[in-house]
Design a protein around this ligand. Structure first.
Ligand code: C2E
Ligand code: MG
Ligand code: MG
Ligand code: MG
Length: 283
């Protein structure tokens, strides 16, 4: 009996695996068509100055509106894009869209300093042979000022390929672009090591922000990270701020920039533009 049960389990498992493999293959094919069919969209989440409550810039976040499956989250399809190499063409499209949008919003909603745009870069893009030229071309084409472009690279990506990546980061810095370490706190890197990367900004991961209201070790680590980043002259952006209490603590720690559902979720360009037009000054 046990044996029969075991076999049944094995068959269910096998069928599930088969279904997953098929689904994935299907998605791969669909993704190839997604750009041309205008199924991809860039959403924008405001990044807020914690002292004034004003919008200082945006993070560009990719969305895939699949014709049958609805909205597919980036954490699900970006790995597929990376494995198939589609990330190159998709990533370049995101950059162009975001730079174009940044330029437009800077003109429509002038402020000092200008609104910035922060774009996520996969490690596969960072190690692509012509990346620096491609980005330089996109900046020229769109008229986007490199000082107001930030590129986000995850801590784990940088740490794994440090030797390959540092010269590229230096070339990007030479273009005038700002570089952020994304999801900091999740990759077990030491901040003292990161000091040697040519970065301007540290984005503290949401899991750390979630812990700051608790009186435990994680909260102390988060506070220490922010302090050290500041003393190294780095700008700090807190990710995933959801409550007034989290904001109050971050403010008391001198963290100047933050993003999160407390202010706004990522929205499409039209809704984001409406938000900018209403010039919110959140408190
Ligand atoms: P990320 O770069 O760390 O982006 C922040 C994620 O946190 C976004 O998820 C955002 O919607 C979410 N978020 C922001 N505030 C809050 C909050 O208060 N609460 C909660 N629960 N979540 C919040 P999203 O848009 O699903 O993106 C997930 C990840 O996909 C991104 O993480 C990034 O690693 C990747 N990604 C998104 N767009 C791109 C892209 O254009 N290129 C590449 N290479 N990766 C991208
Ligand atoms: Mg990011
Ligand atoms: Mg992040
Ligand atoms: Mg994160």
């Amino acid at each position: 009996q046990a044996k029969a049960g075991g076999k049944a389990c094995y068959m269910v498992f096998d069928q599930t695996m088969h279904r997953h493999a098929l689904e994935r293959l299907q998605l791969e094919n669909d993704l190839r068509r997604a750009i041309d069919d205008h199924q991809l969209q860039v959403y924008y989440q405001p990044i807020i100055a914690t002292d004034t409550g004003r919008i200082t810039g945006f993070e560009a976040l990719l969305r895939w509106q699949h014709p049958e499956r609805g909205m597919i989250p980036p954490n699900y399809f970006i790995p597929i894009a990376e494995e198939t190499g589609l990330i190159q063409v998709i990533g370049q499209w995101v950059l162009r869209e975001a730079c174009q949008r940044a330029k437009l919003w800077q003109l429509t909603f002038p402020q000092s300093p200008s609104l910035f745009m922060s774009v996520n870069l996969s490690i596969h893009q960072l190690t692509y042979p012509n990346l620096v030229e491609i980005i330089a071309d996109i900046l020229t084409e769109t008229g986007c000022d490199p000082r107001y472009l930030k590129l986000e690279i995850t801590e784990s990506a940088i740490a794994q390929k440090a030797e390959t990546v540092i010269p590229i980061l230096e070339q990007l810095t030479a273009l005038g672009i700002q570089l952020c370490i994304d999801d900091f706190g999740t990759g077990y890197s030491s901040l003292s090591r990161l000091y040697y990367f040519p970065i301007t900004t540290l984005k503290v991961d949401r899991s750390f922000v979630a812990a700051i209201t608790q009186s435990n070790g994680t909260a102390k680590i988060a506070s220490a990270i922010i302090n050290l980043a500041h003393s190294l002259g780095l700008e700090v952006i807190a990710e995933g701020v959801e409550t007034e209490q989290q904001l109050a603590i971050l403010r008391s720690w001198g963290c100047q920039l933050a993003q999160g559902y407390h202010w706004a979720k990522p929205e499409n360009s039209q809704d984001t533009e409406a938000l900018l037009a209403s010039s919110p000054c959140w408190q």
